[in-house]
Design a binder for this molecule. Structure first.
Ligand SMILES: [Zn+2]
Length: 354
């Protein structure tokens, strides 16, 4: 069958035939409908993500961790025709978090991730997976299900912050977040999904980037009643919650001392390439203001399931706004091209499997 194949740690990508997996007792056979592309895929293709590796016994890796698939042969609770999204990380088998389904908090680091490290991904015509790693998506969501994997990471990060912020009363006097401001640095797919989720939670949302918004970004940000700010101009952001999706210390460090008391910073972006300092005065401000800094990666199956509820809510509330996040659809033959360059005006590019 056709697959998008890489050879980490070497750069490069090709579409070629790979052998089908032999049928395996208890596994579900899934036909791939869509794959989303993200910075991780491009980092593997360029050779910059040095932790990427093929599965044991293979000299190649099938790419793909953002997936929407359709069940071909049911098993247990999944039936033919059901839409499913596989979770990305697979546990190390030896730590408690992994053994309890929280491999996103793996303690050993010996986990695998499909399409990224040590396990084949889903950029192929079909794949087999265990039911416990598959999240069922309502058919009414249709192709929007391809957004579930990136969204699951957002849900996990927000869950973490809400959990840790129980260190005090961190809501408004009417028990909501309506008096609070969240600023999201970066307006890529993750930044926009954070903005949508934070808006749904009740925050006032600012989306920030170092440039003016694209037409689609404007439409989405205005459509959800958030505000876009261009930080290359003089702006004064004073959020209760700061979310960095850029990975650039120069984006979030200057905002930190301006955060409201008892605020929180979520670090999510990892794509930056710079060094940026912090002063002792900044440190004092963080201490005096009880500022929380939390890094967050990956997601549990429960975060995927919570993400389904967000998607259903947004589909109902914002009608066709969500579809605008998918800015380009390509055939698998075009995958090597779109995996080696970011497209102009891109939010989410997807590969369609027919
Ligand atoms: Zn583990």
């Amino acid at each position: 069958m056709k697959a998008v194949v890489v050879n980490p740690p070497n750069a490069g990508v090709e579409v070629r035939d790979v052998p089908s997996e032999p049928p395996s007792q208890g596994k579900v056979l899934i036909r791939t409908r869509l794959n989303g592309l993200c910075g991780t895929d491009r980092g593997i293709v360029s050779g910059k993500l040095t932790f990427s590796r093929p599965p044991l016994g293979y000299n190649y890796l099938i790419l793909g961790h953002e997936t929407l698939g359709e069940v071909v042969e049911g098993n247990g609770r999944l039936r033919k025709g059901d839409l499913v999204v596989p979770v990305v990380r697979r546990g190390c088998g030896s730590c408690l978090n992994c053994n309890l389904g929280r491999q996103d908090f793996c303690e050993t680091g010996n986990f695998t991730e499909i399409g990224i490290r040590g396990a084949h991904g889903t950029m192929r015509e079909e794949f087999l997976d265990e039911e416990r790693y598959l999240v069922k998506v309502p058919n009414s969501l249709g192709e929007l299900g391809v957004l579930l994997e990136p969204l699951s990471n957002v849900v996990k990060a927000l869950n973490e912050v809400e959990y840790v912020q129980r260190r005090m009363w961190w809501r408004c006097g009417d028990s909501t977040y309506s008096c609070m401001t969240a600023a999201v640095l970066g307006s890529g797919p993750i930044g926009l999904l954070f903005s949508l989720a934070l808006k749904t939670m009740g925050f006032n949302v600012i989306v920030a980037n170092r440039r003016p918004p694209s037409e689609v970004e404007s439409e989405i940000v205005e459509g959800i009643d958030a505000k876009f700010v261009n930080t290359s101009e003089k702006v004064d952001i004073r959020p209760d919650l700061l979310v960095d999706t850029s990975g650039h210390p120069s984006a979030f460090i200057p905002v930190l001392p301006k955060m409201k008391k008892n605020g929180a910073l979520i670090l999510f972006g990892t794509t930056g390439n710079e060094s940026y300092g912090m002063t002792a005065e900044d440190v004092t401000t963080l201490v005096e203001n009880n500022i929380l800094i939390v890094g967050s990666v990956n997601a549990s199956k429960s975060d995927f399931e919570a993400g389904v509820n967000f998607l259903l809510n947004w589909k109902a509330k914002y009608s066709n706004l969500l579809e605008k996040l998918i800015t380009k659809r390509v055939k698998v033959e075009e995958a090597p091209d779109v995996l080696t360059r970011k497209l102009p005006g891109e939010i989410k590019t997807v590969i369609e499997w027919k």
